[in-house]
Write a protein that binds this ligand. Structure first.
Ligand SMILES: [Mg+2]
Length: 341
């Protein structure tokens, strides 16, 4: 009995079960040797990204079903490939587990993970397992591709650009709080709970925006709009102004915030984990971008503001309220908004 061998066998079996019927043309060696071997496609840049989920820090097993946790570990990485306008190709998994792991829990998690890898059109090609007695740890690496020199960077924003988001804000943060307060089983909160437990990366939207040449700067919303837009501003050397009235905060988020005694604006700006795309584009493309939303399932594109020339004080993000007053929100997390007037 060798638990690590058993685990590798279990992962390999799932990789095979969810693999495409014919392996990708560039894959020379998948799971089973010291390294995987792939040949990048001609005229493509290779993209690589990694993201780790740690039990008790990034997820809580008391409310996160294992199947959905496996899917989320993949989706948060796919979201980074989406943010470049890329196409995911290969996935590596590193798993840190204790000795007493429940086999049924692990099977369900691996099923969700393998299912998600296949759903995003990628192939699991290797990884590692380590002993982690205190906390479960799930580290996923994704290798992707994008047409040469066409990947969308954070640093390409220009003053005057429109700022767009690819979906509603605050649902995932609301879902997390509903789970924390033991309210997640109430059917009326399911869109928020699902957004937290099972986020969807906007890979197709990212590809379409990049291919159409409509985007200047792009990233994905993982830390909350206030922080993520500040990253674009810093990288691009610009400021941003966002109108509070334009933020796509669903009525459900307002209702859930009332029940949780939380502030919906805090969830929308500082909650994080929405995993929608955040991008900037020439305002001349506003109509084309609005039209594109209808061609991608699950995408609701909303223009929330614009980039501006940076003031003397340096780049920053201003939130403009309906009465015209502005406040600086750069890099603010959840707690900052709660205290705001
Ligand atoms: Mg990202």
């Amino acid at each position: 009995m060798n638990p690590e061998r058993d685990l590798i066998t279990a992962i390999t079996r799932r990789a095979a079960a969810f693999a495409p019927t014919s392996p990708p043309a560039g894959l020379r060696q998948g799971i089973g040797d010291d390294c995987a071997i792939w040949k990048p496609s001609p005229q493509q840049d290779s993209l690589i990204t990694t993201d780790t989920l740690v039990e008790g820090v990034h997820f809580d097993r008391r409310w996160h079903p294992p199947h959905l946790l496996g899917r989320k570990a993949v989706a948060v990485n796919m979201s980074d490939i989406a943010a470049m306008g890329g196409t995911p190709r290969y996935v590596l998994l590193s798993l840190g587990l204790g000795d007493q792991e429940d086999p049924a829990w692990l099977d369900a998690m691996l099923d969700g993970l393998a299912e998600a890898v296949a759903a995003y059109g990628a192939v699991l090609i290797g990884g590692d397992t380590v002993n982690s007695p205190e906390r479960l740890l799930l580290s996923v690496t994704v290798i992707g591709e994008s047409p040469e020199s066409r990947a969308c960077l954070r640093s390409s924003g220009q003053p005057g650009d429109s700022v767009w988001v690819g979906g509603p804000l605050g649902l995932a943060a609301g879902g997390l709080e509903l789970c924390r307060q033991g309210l997640a089983t109430d059917p009326r909160w399911q869109p928020a709970v699902q957004a937290h437990l099972d986020p969807q990366a906007q890979v197709e939207l990212g590809q379409k925006l990049a291919t159409a040449g409509l985007v200047h700067a792009m990233m994905d919303l993982s830390d909350g709009l206030a922080t993520d837009l500040a990253h674009i501003c810093t990288a691009s050397g610009v400021s941003a102004e966002v109108a509070a009235a334009l933020l796509p905060i669903p009525a459900l988020v307002h209702r859930a915030a009332a029940v949780c005694q939380a502030d919906p604006l805090s969830w929308a700006l500082g909650g994080g984990e929405d995993y929608h795309l955040l991008f900037t584009a020439d305002p001349a493309h506003d109509p084309a971008i609005s039209n594109l939303a209808g061609t991608v399932a699950g995408a609701t594109l909303t223009r929330i503001g614009c980039l501006t020339a940076p003031p003397a004080g340096g780049p920053g993000v201003i939130l403009r309220d309906a009465d015209g007053t502005g406040r600086e929100i750069s890099y603010r997390g959840y707690d900052h908004f709660r205290a705001a007037p």
